[in-house]
Design a protein around this ligand. Structure first.
Ligand SMILES: NC(=O)c1ccc[n+]([C@@H]2O[C@H](COP(=O)([O-])OP(=O)(O)OC[C@H]3O[C@@H](n4cnc5c(N)ncnc54)[C@H](OP(=O)(O)O)[C@@H]3O)[C@@H](O)[C@H]2O)c1
Length: 299
């Protein structure tokens, strides 16, 4: 395999995570990037990116994938199952590497799938990729856990930067790892730069090891204010989230994804430093402190 995978196609590049990955790919100035977009999509891309509209049929993708070294999928939940078609088209087109839409909590973790069975669809894609290894298409899965800086900015982790309020689960002391945006993007760039070392591997990466209380302390220190805290219990939030999902209210899924990071769930491997073998060294990623992250987010 070539020393670096240079010709890259991405599907879902206009989404939350796709934008982060594309920023990193563009900044590195090492790749020829093609973004594949559904016909109805209106996302716009950096001028250096070649944009191709597609109906995402197998035939259309096979044609677009010809000459590509790697295909990255950052499709959202409604596209998870579609990825089998992407893999088939990549195989037929002679693509060397497929990076599926992981970049989140680990689909290898049964406790994650137990919380949100949708993650089982991601796992099925990894299993499908494994079944195709002998046919010449290699793969790399990247588990990042949740984004910390992005979750603080968007409020996803329930710290309100304007109102100075926080929701803390259980004792707030449970330790978990999280990723920051730049490191998430760099993890993908690093895989493309190291095809040999990352072939057919499921890799775990992290930027920060922390707890909810540590994040709160850092926020209070940086804002020089005492924050108002609401305490919740994992069982109650998870039960409510599952109830919401069962009646088609997708906000329940957000609670369940939060539970994958901060919830006290039996068997959950949320601290990648302790619970897995971290691939940071392999991919050249550094750990940061929660204080550094909070300072950067607030500035
Ligand atoms: N680490 C984290 O904190 C974190 C946070 C959020 C998400 N994630 C993970 O990152 C991945 C992407 O999530 P996201 O939130 O970025 O997704 P998203 O913004 O909801 O969607 C990303 C893109 O997927 C494409 N897409 C949507 N439905 C599709 C379908 N049915 N078929 C084909 N393409 C479809 C769309 O592209 P076009 O409209 O351009 O065609 C869309 O822009 C997921 O695996 C998710 O679990 C991780």
């Amino acid at each position: 395999m070539a020393s670096i995978l240079k010709n890259i196609a991405i599907i879902g590049g206009g989404g939350n995570i796709g934008k982060i990955v594309l920023d990193a790919l563009v900044s590195s100035e090492q790749f020829n990037i093609t973004a594949i977009q559904r016909k109805e999509s209106e996302a716009t891309f950096h001028p250096s990116i070649k944009l191709i509209k597609s109906d995402l049929s197998g035939e259309s993708l096979e044609e677009i994938f010809k000459g590509q070294d790697a295909v990255i999928s950052t499709v959202g939940a409604t596209g998870f199952a579609e990825q089998q078609k992407f893999v088939d088209a990549a195989l037929r087109a002679g693509v060397k590497r497929f990076i599926p839409s992981e970049l989140s909590t680990s689909s290898e973790d049964d406790a994650v799938i137990g919380l949100l069975p949708l993650f089982g669809v991601k796992k099925n894609i990894i299993d499908y990729l494994k079944s195709k290894e002998s046919e010449g298409l290699s793969w790399t899965g990247i588990a990042t856990s949740g984004l910390l800086d992005w979750s603080l900015t968007t409020g996803f982790l329930e710290y309100d930067l304007q109102k100075h309020t926080a929701v803390i689960w259980d004792s707030g002391d449970k330790r978990f790892t999280a990723i920051n945006e730049k490191a998430l993007g760099q993890s993908v760039v690093s895989v493309l730069q190291r095809p040999q070392e990352t072939t057919n591997k499921y890799l775990y990466v992290a930027s920060v090891e922390t707890s909810q209380n540590e994040i709160l302390t850092a926020l209070e220190k940086e804002t020089r204010a005492k924050w108002s805290v609401t305490h919740v219990k994992t069982e109650e939030v998870v039960s409510e989230g599952q109830k919401q999902l069962s009646v088609g209210d997708f906000t329940g899924a957000f609670s369940l994804v939060r539970a994958m990071m901060v919830g006290s769930i039996p068997g959950l491997r949320a601290n990648y430093i302790k619970d897995t073998e971290l691939a940071n060294d392999l991919l050249g990623l550094k750990l940061e402190t929660v204080e550094e992250t909070v300072k950067r987010v607030l500035s």
